[in-house]
Design a binder for this molecule. Structure first.
Ligand SMILES: [Ca+2]
Length: 201
């Protein structure tokens, strides 16, 4: 027979079993993930993320591999230069290493690939206006000999250029997806697309 679930441990057990049945993991604010694949999401996803928070996730995949991060959902407060809420992705476990990108808004970033077996994600929110945050999957990938294989990003400068990974030295790596989000002041829009096609064998 059913008895009333009043004790805290009992309530916790019920919630845990509900979460298991619905396959809804509990996403914390940051953490260390040492595994060959997994999911990373903003705190409490798919609920709205908290204001005034800063969460840092450290991903480590097995030695000799690279981290391949692919976004499934992206919904952070939008701003042309991501001043309020943003997600920074770093090519290693430090803010001193290369930043692979800063992202905000609802534009889903393309896949990001680190050059070694570590990657760091840091999400910052201000005191107002939120969203559902982000959901991404990561897995250990085979490293390519060329180091410059990450791609995509946000361009907000008045002038700039984009190029595919390994350009112009060798073919782009198989299985990558790159997206560039270009935003400039409306009065400055002058796009000149300049393609230099290259033959692939
Ligand atoms: Ca905000």
């Amino acid at each position: 027979s059913r008895f009333l679930c009043r004790w805290a441990p009992c309530v916790r057990r019920r919630l845990r079993s509900l979460r298991e049945r619905t396959h809804l993991p509990l996403f914390p604010c940051g953490g260390h993930m040492v595994t060959d694949s997994g999911m990373v999401a903003s705190e409490g996803f798919p609920s709205f993320y908290k204001p005034n928070s800063k969460c840092t996730w450290y991903i480590t995949v097995p030695e000799g591999h690279v981290v391949m991060l692919s976004f499934r959902l992206f919904d952070l407060e939008a701003d042309p230069t991501c001043r309020y809420d943003y997600l920074d992705v770093y090519n290693g476990h430090s803010r001193l290493v290369q930043k692979l990108g800063r992202f905000c808004g609802t534009f889903r970033p393309g896949a990001l690939i680190s050059t070694s077996n570590t990657m760091m994600l840091e999400m910052v929110s201000d005191d107002a206006t939120g969203g559902r945050g982000f959901l991404a999957s990561f897995n250990a990938g085979k490293p390519h000999m060329e180091g410059n294989q990450f791609c995509g990003g946000r361009l907000t400068k008045a002038q700039g250029s984009v190029k595919t990974p390994n350009w112009p030295n060798s073919n782009y790596p198989a299985g990558i997806s790159c997206s560039w989000h270009i935003s400039v002041e409306p009065s400055n829009v002058r796009t000149r697309v300049f393609c230099q096609p290259r033959r692939f064998n």
